[in-house]
Design a protein around this ligand. Structure first.
Ligand SMILES: NC(=O)c1ccc[n+]([C@@H]2O[C@H](COP(=O)([O-])OP(=O)(O)OC[C@H]3O[C@@H](n4cnc5c(N)ncnc54)[C@H](OP(=O)(O)O)[C@@H]3O)[C@@H](O)[C@H]2O)c1
Length: 289
């Protein structure tokens, strides 16, 4: 099998690429800037066509996005180009190539008034990021047999990433205070578990929307406390704040999070609890101390 991994330089794409290599899947990883990657810019249609021509994939894992939520708010045209128009072009190429498409979506398609949400709940994004990701999801799902994986608060130990756990580790080490929202409820999701569950869904031939998130439904401050306990950090550097106090450009869904009953039915299991992955990260941290 040949897999084109769009956005393999990112957190989710990188984990998928490692897993595919371990499973002997032939991988074509893309980036706009990284060395050793196939060049692909979702804002550049010719580069999308060229990457398909080069890889002739059976499977396309579309992980790329403009993920800077506040940046999307200040440049909606660019956000729409990357998060919505680009995925529509990728779906067209998949249709021509007969390739299976997996699109990574987000809990930000919801307004956060009554989470956690199932796959069937009505969407209502409150940010440009959420709206453009929803448009991308719809373009992907218009392709027969495609899979949309909705996820949230993805974390891993990856010094190149700005994920929440890396921000926490870096703040603690630099002695900086870290303001953490105490009113955003969600399901933190360990990137290697997300990658494994996604490939398991592909192997089962799943299509349509699946929520793939960790089982812990908690606010960001409580997640930070859990991480500090696992890592042996004194949590005094954490400053709990209401989202309204953070002065962010884009609105956030507050009572969010995703239900995973459908995933558990399909795979016979959900994702492991956060304690388990935080313990793994703690042992990686200790190796570097
Ligand atoms: N991280 C989360 O908490 C989270 C939550 C919900 C949903 N998601 C979704 O999951 C997916 C993966 O997220 P992630 O955490 O892996 O993101 P990430 O670490 O920020 O990586 C983003 C990826 O997108 C690529 N990219 C950015 N602009 C691009 C463009 N114009 N054309 C092509 N590629 C571009 C980047 O590659 P280069 O810069 O190397 O080109 C990078 O590989 C995204 O679709 C995101 O919306 C993530």
């Amino acid at each position: 099998m040949k897999a084109l991994i769009i956005g393999a330089s990112g957190q989710v794409g990188g984990n998928l690429a490692s897993l595919c290599v371990r499973r002997k899947i032939e991988v074509y990883p893309t980036s706009r800037v990284g060395q050793g990657f196939v060049y692909l810019d979702l804002a550049d249609p010719a580069s999308i066509a060229a990457a398909f021509e080069k890889s002739r994939p059976d499977l396309v894992l579309l992980c790329s996005a403009m993920t800077y939520v506040d940046g999307c708010e200040s440049d909606p045209a660019l956000a729409r180009k990357i998060n919505a128009a680009g995925p529509a072009l990728v779906a067209d190429e998949c249709r021509r190539a007969g390739a299976k498409l997996v699109y990574f979506s987000t809990e930000y398609v919801f307004d956060g008034k009554s989470g956690p949400y199932s796959e069937e709940d009505p969407v209502n994004p409150v940010s440009v990021y959420g709206l453009t990701k929803l448009e991308g999801e719809r373009a992907a799902l218009a392709l027969e047999n495609s899979l949309a994986v909705r996820t949230t608060v993805v974390y891993s130990h990856n010094p190149a990433s700005k994920n929440f756990i890396m921000q926490l580790i870096n703040s603690y080490r630099s002695g900086a205070k870290m303001r953490v929202p105490s009113d955003q409820l969600s399901n933190p999701t360990y990137a290697p578990d997300l990658a494994a569950a996604t490939l398991a869904l592909v192997e089962k031939g799943a299509s349509g929307i699946y929520n793939v998130v960790g089982p812990d439904w908690l606010n960001r401050y409580d997640f930070a406390l859990k991480a500090c306990a696992a890592f042996g950090f004194d949590p005094a550097f954490l400053e709990p704040r209401l989202t309204s106090e953070l002065g962010q450009a884009a609105a956030r869904p507050l009572i969010a999070g995703l239900k995973t009953d459908k995933l558990a039915r399909e795979l016979g299991r959900g994702l492991p609890p956060a304690e388990e992955s935080l313990r793994k990260i703690a042992s990686i941290i200790k190796q570097y101390e």
